[in-house]
Ligand binder design. Structure first.
Ligand code: ATP
Length: 340
């Protein structure tokens, strides 16, 4: 039995997480599910956005299934998601973006973005100088770069992919990003020799353009925190929108799975949020726990549902609400299970 800590969060988080749980239930996987609250509701109840109890439950689980969080205006707010990434050392953020149907994709993308998750600009360490200028610290370490590069190559092999591209801005950031680029090629030599994995590198600005115009250039991308955040939202947009993209935050001891979108308060509780990203995050979780066949069943069911315009979600011009779409995915899985 695998222990799963479920954190629905704020906004559309609870709706899309419910969809993912419905799908997990019908797959008959040995999971023991425990729920905890993080975010606004937790703050109202206990005065903390992330309580010690919630962090402890998350750290004791085999995997965490996460919804989304609203960022409040509170100046002392530190995102519980960032705290969990740091506390649980979830250093690799894996964000696949795959076009499910060319009719609603702007680009026939099939790329896995591996983003460094614990360094870069996200420490949000900023200070104002005497002359009024503001300095923002961006931290990059050799160990941090090495482990994300190694993770990306190993993930590439495990997923039977062929090439890793290193995305950087080393022409301007000649110390930090150049270190990342050099360390990447240091690892790439070994993976080319032993595993036949190809490698190349691109500037981040060029990558933003190529993802839209020549997506076939990319297979797996490894990149730094901010670049990965922006490129993965672009990739999600090119494949239909934010509602489509799943993600995994993986460390050596813990793993957290979440759709890449935020809490989308403008559409919360209206039964119009697209739960695909959350359902596919649950598939990534099953994959991580070793239930590869069940993860594949989710992918197959989602592909089937999107092959029929009558079952498209509202964000891409379809007519299905969150619950109806989830029902269609569940129905396809039950049909598959029946013929096995
Ligand atoms: P936050 O502050 O929590 O990041 P946000 O609204 O600024 O929230 P997102 O939640 O990532 O940012 O979403 C931006 C917009 O994209 C939303 O306002 C919503 O219209 C759309 N969107 C996001 N997620 C979904 C979804 N699952 N289904 C449909 N549309 C979505």
């Amino acid at each position: 039995m695998h222990k799963i800590c479920v954190i629905p969060g704020d906004g559309v988080g609870p709706e899309v997480t419910d969809s993912a749980l419905t799908i997990l239930e019908c797959l008959d996987v040995p999971l023991s599910i425990e729920k905890t609250q993080v975010g606004l509701e937790s703050y109202e109840r206990s005065g903390a956005y992330l309580t010690d109890g919630a962090l402890e439950m998350a750290s004791e689980a085999d995997a965490i299934l996460f919804g989304s969080l609203t960022t409040p205006r509170d100046p002392n707010y530190v995102s519980p998601l960032l705290l969990m990434r740091w506390n649980l050392d979830l250093y690799a953020n894996v964000r696949p973006a795959r076009c499910l149907n060319p009719e609603f994709c702007l680009s026939p993308l099939d790329v896995i973005i591996v983003r460094e998750n614990t360094e870069g600009l996200y420490g949000a360490v900023e200070r104002e100088l005497d002359d009024g200028k503001i300095v923002t610290e961006r931290t990059l370490s050799e160990d941090g770069c090495k482990r994300i590069v190694e993770f990306a190559f190993k993930y590439t092999i495990a997923r039977k992919r062929k090439k890793v591209s290193c995305i950087h801005k080393a022409n301007v950031l000649r110390t930090s990003d150049e270190m990342f680029r050099k360390l990447f090629y240091g690892s790439a030599v070994n993976y080319a020799f032993y595993e036949k994995i190809k490698s190349d590198d691109y500037l981040v600005d060029a990558t933003a353009m190529y993802l839209a115009k020549e997506p076939e250039r990319f297979d797996v991308i490894v990149t730094l925190n901010l670049y990965g955040d922006i490129l993965s939202d672009e990739a999600a947009g090119l494949t239909g929108g934010l509602g489509f993209a799943p993600s995994a935050n993986i460390g050596d001891e813990h793993a957290l799975f979440e759709p890449i979108h935020g809490s989308a308060p403008d559409i919360a509780n209206m039964d119009i949020a697209n739960p695909t990203g959350s359902i596919l995050s649950a598939a990534m979780m099953l994959d991580h726990l070793g239930f590869l066949d069940r993860a594949q069943m989710i992918h197959d069911a989602i592909n089937l549902v999107y092959s029929d315009k009558n079952r498209w979600t509202k964000d891409i011009g379809g007519r299905c609400g969150t619950e109806e779409f989830t029902w269609h995915v569940k129905n396809e899985i039950e049909k598959m299970a029946a013929v096995r």
